[in-house]
Ligand binder design. Sequence first.
Ligand SMILES: [Mg+2]
Length: 225
Amino acid sequence: MKLLLWDIDGTLLSTGGAGMRALESAVAAEFNLPRHIDLGQIDWAGRTDGWIAELICDRIGVPHTPENTDRLLSAYVALLPSHLEETTEVLPGVREILEAAHQHPDVQQGLLTGNMEVGARTKLGYFDLWDYFPFGAFADDSSQRNDLGPHALRRAIAHTGHTFEPANVWIIGDTPHDIACGKVIGAKTMAVSTGHHTTDQLASHKPDALVRDLANSAKFWQIIG
Ligand SMILES: [Mg+2]
C-alpha cells in the first residue's frame, strides 16, 4: 500500500497570489493599516499559515500574540473565497492523477499542507477536489511544517487501518520545506517545479524525484512504482 501526501499551493493549485491578496485585505481590515501594505517580501512558500501570520505581525509591527495571529487568520479565511475566483487554477495533470490515485486499490492519499484545514477546504473545494483527501495534516496541527509529517501518518493509519513503510510514503510538494518535512519522517520526496522554485533550486535539496510538473501522469506513476 502506497501513501501519497500532497502539498496544495504550487503543487495542486496555482493560486496566482490569491492567498497573499486575502492576507493583505485581512491586515487592512483588522489592523487599521493601508490597504496595499507590501507583504511581497515575505518568503511564504512552503510555510504554514500560523508561521506566515507571525511573519506578517512582525512585518507590520504588531506583536505576534495568539490573539493577533488568530484575528489575522480568521479574517484571511473569510476573505479567501472572493480572491480565489480571480486567479486560481488547478495545475496541469493534477485532476487526472488525483482521480487515478483515488481509483487505485493500492494507493491512499491525503494532505500535508501549511494551510489551515478551513483554508485547504476552501481552496480545494472551490475546484471540487476536497473529497479526494479524507485525511491530512494542516497548519492547525503545528506552525512548524517539519512537525506535520507524524500528524499526517497518524491520521492515515487511523483512516485506512494500514501502516505504511516509510519507503511507501511519498511527500509531494513544490518547495524545499516539503522535501525537508518528508525527510524528517523518512518518507520519499517528489519535488515539482510548478511553484516559485526552479528545478535547479529544488535539486540542491536532494528530493528522491524531481519533475517539472504533473502533466505526464505515466512518469508520475513510474516514479511512485
Ligand atoms: Mg507549496
